[in-house]
Each structure stands twice: as structure tokens, then as C-alpha cells.
Design a protein around this ligand. Structure first.
Ligand code: ZN
Length: 231
């Protein structure tokens, strides 16, 4: 009898599992990943790879939310060897402090760019009761110190400003010597801030939050496509 069950399982169950795996999202994803990588290998010359083989020379350290809707494609067409990119939930410095220090103190990027985004799940969670989350997630959310009774997008703005303030204090010597500029921005894929879908909006430059004053700052003055301030 047992042999019959095994035989039936072999005929009916295993092919189903095999079919499921064959057509799983994982396999589809891996297929496109390695296909895209094959194109990448073809597209970039050996000389280009050699130019950064020994060391990296990024111009910006970026701290952005891990949210899958926020990607470099939205604001940088050629990020290789140019972005020292750190991601976590809620685009926070505290839980990635060593990485941020590495980008600024060791790689000497002249810019620290902090990128929040519309409808951030981490911010929404931090503004609600998250006691049922795991300790690891609670620890990350605990670092997002937000005002009570604000909505998610207000929290997104406040968090970016908080992160900029933290960086200004942490790297104040470099900032005083003009070796570092700290910029806070929001990537708005929902047009919540009325600057068009997909816009990267600068909201804080070295602690300055007034759009009119930011526009006069030498670091951004005259940049044609820049969006400053939320509406
Ligand atoms: Zn987020």
C-alpha cells in the first residue's frame, strides 16, 4: 500500500511541485536578473571597469528608504562609482551610522543626500502602534522620533529634516570647513506634494528649509531642473 502512495505521489505531486518551481516568481526574477547582468557585462567596456577596479570615488553618500519604489534610476542614470548608497527603512542615519561615516570620513564624499519618499510605510508604522513588530524592526522604528498626531507625509518631511539635523551636528566640523553639504529630499512617486509624479524635491539644504532662501544658495542657484520645497 505504501508503495502505491509513493508511486501516486511521484506521478501527481512531484510534477506539480516541479511545475510550480519552474514557473515561480523567484525563477522568473532570477532569469531576468542574470539576463540584465549579461547586458551589463556587454555594455560596459573593460577599460571602464578598470577605471574603478582599485578604488571607488563616489561624489555622494546617500541614505534612502529601502522602499522598492525608490530607485536610483529616478535621479541618476549612471550611479556606478558615483553613489555610496545606504538604504534602510525610514532613511535613517542612526541604524547605519558606520556606513554613513565610511562614506563621508573615508571616501570623502562632499555631499550627504538623505532621501525620504511619499507614503513611506516605515513612517506610517512609526506614527502608529508598532509594539507587535519584532524587536529588530521596533529598534529601527524607535530611532524615528516623530511628532504625535501628524499624517504620514508630514512625518516623511519631519523625518528628513530630523535626519539632516542629526547629520549637521554629527559632521559639524566638515560642514564648517565646507567639506560637506547635507541635503534632504523627498522622492514623490504619488504626486502627493504637487510637483508631478516621480519628482525628487529638495526640502532642506544644510538645515535651511525655506525654499526662497534655498533657491539663493550657491550650491543650487541656476540649476534649471531643480524642484525646491513642497506645496
Ligand atoms: Zn519608506
Amino acid at each position: 500500500m505504501k508503495k502505491i502512495y509513493i508511486a501516486l505521489a511521484t506521478i501527481f505531486v512531484f510534477p506539480c511541485i516541479s511545475y510550480a518551481l519552474e514557473n515561480s516568481e523567484v525563477k522568473t526574477f532570477l532569469k531576468s536578473t542574470f539576463s540584465d547582468n549579461a547586458k551589463h557585462v556587454q555594455e560596459i567596456s573593460h577599460e571602464n571597469f578598470k577605471s574603478f577596479a582599485e578604488q571607488q570615488s563616489p561624489r555622494a553618500t546617500i541614505v534612502s528608504c529601502s522602499d522598492s519604489r525608490v530607485q536610483t534610476k529616478a535621479f541618476h542614470q549612471s550611479p556606478i562609482n558615483d553613489l555610496f548608497y545606504i538604504r534602510n527603512i525610514g532613511n535613517q542615519i542612526k541604524t547605519a551610522e558606520g556606513s554613513v561615516e565610511y562614506g563621508i570620513d573615508h571616501l570623502h564624499t562632499p555631499l550627504l543626500l538623505i532621501i525620504g519618499h511619499s507614503n513611506c510605510g516605515a513612517i506610517a508604522a512609526a506614527l502608529s502602534n508598532y509594539s507587535a513588530e519584532t524587536k529588530a524592526i521596533r529598534t529601527e522604528l524607535d530611532h524615528l522620533h516623530l511628532s504625535p498626531k501628524i499624517d504620514t507625509n508630514q512625518g516623511v518631511i519631519e523625518n528628513v529634516n530630523n535626519q539632516v539635523a542629526y547629520a549637521l551636528e554629527k559632521f559639524k566640523d566638515k560642514i564648517a570647513k565646507n567639506e560637506l553639504v547635507v541635503v534632504g529630499a523627498i522622492y514623490d512617486f504619488r504626486d502627493d506634494f504637487k510637483r508631478e509624479h516621480g519628482r525628487l524635491i529638495l526640502i532642506n539644504l544644510n538645515g535651511e528649509k525655506d525654499p526662497a532662501k534655498i533657491k539663493q544658495n550657491e550650491y543650487v542657484k541656476g540649476i534649471e531642473d531643480i524642484a525646491i520645497g513642497v506645496k
